[in-house]
Design a binder for this molecule. Sequence first.
Ligand SMILES: Cc1cc2nc3c(=O)[nH]c(=O)nc-3n(C[C@H](O)[C@H](O)[C@H](O)COP(=O)(O)OP(=O)(O)OC[C@H]3O[C@@H](n4cnc5c(N)ncnc54)[C@H](O)[C@@H]3O)c2cc1C
Length: 335
Amino acid sequence: MDQSFPGTLQRWLTAPRVGALPAPAAMPAPQLSFEFFPPKTEALEAQLWACVRRLAPLRPRFVSVTYGAGGSTQARTHATVSRILRETTLTPAAHLTCVDASRAEVDRVAREYWDAGVRHIVALRGDQPPGVERYEPHPDGYAYAADLVEGLRRIAPFEISVAAYPEAHPTALSADHDLDNLKRKIDAGATRAITQYFFDTDVYLRFLDRCGAAGITVPIVPGIFPVNSIVQVKKFSAMCGASVPGWMDHLFDGLENDPETRRMVSAVVAAEQVRLLQANGVDEFHFYTLNRPDLVYAIAHILGARPASAEASAPASANGVVEERAAAGAASTPP
Ligand SMILES: Cc1cc2nc3c(=O)[nH]c(=O)nc-3n(C[C@H](O)[C@H](O)[C@H](O)COP(=O)(O)OP(=O)(O)OC[C@H]3O[C@@H](n4cnc5c(N)ncnc54)[C@H](O)[C@@H]3O)c2cc1C
């Protein structure tokens, strides 16, 4: 045989071997959490609640509600979190940011959350409103997330999550500075970090190693972003410093006008990512849902998450939330 042109089988047999992924049934179901954004319009409100109903039966550990850039959604975030508390058995986590607010204002919002029964805050510096280039702390405000965590600790014994950046925050002086900053947030009292999304699993695993070496022991929960549109993801990523590997471009190439195939490809990409993470011991996942449940539901299913009851698993069940509450013995008020 001509050794310079090995035959197909020989090529396969000499190619690098990929480590076996665990059999799904052999893995315990992971802990899940879901991120929603507060809706602006009635149509988006309906979309959010359909999403909540679809995902609630998976019994997430918590569901978080974002705070718009520049603190622009304060009232909507509050309303959404309150409704989740009132009408579901889910545990809400309210995002809270430092941008454009005095300490007194931020403290007031935090106290209102505590009084309303909210026990978990995702504490962030926050993004600037669109059009504002550079971050300037409010003269009487919390300058950075670590300061906010300290402030929240003084107000009430909240559970506090913070943001982490496997590829470093885009304005960080260096990756080491950014890791020091994460450590400061944990030392100030945060008990969990949730990562910016990433697509190369190695990037996250190397970051975990660096967190471990820096003495961080709290969970660094991977943020998983199932891609609906590569164009949109590239735009986001340019702003938030997450890289979009070339292989993603290649995978979505030619699918611009084919949403159905795009969704199938997205599901495969995210499923591969979570299975790889699971194979590396990760058993907690945070999903950026963009208030769209289907891809997240499918990926959670692949991870071994199952609905609390058979009826509750039906897509678009109008009664999902109420069924959940009834199952938990709560008085039922239709949403
Ligand atoms: C899970 C998650 C959820 C998010 N949710 C929201 C949301 O709801 N609303 C929103 O507006 N944005 C949100 N963001 C985006 C986030 O607000 C931005 O990335 C923001 O630019 C940084 O927030 P942070 O809390 O990470 O900031 P910080 O931890 O304060 O860090 C911000 C930057 O400042 C640097 N830094 C920190 N302390 C100092 C210091 N003392 N001196 C100089 N530099 C310093 C850090 O290294 C880093 O580069 C979220 C991000 C993630 C990962």
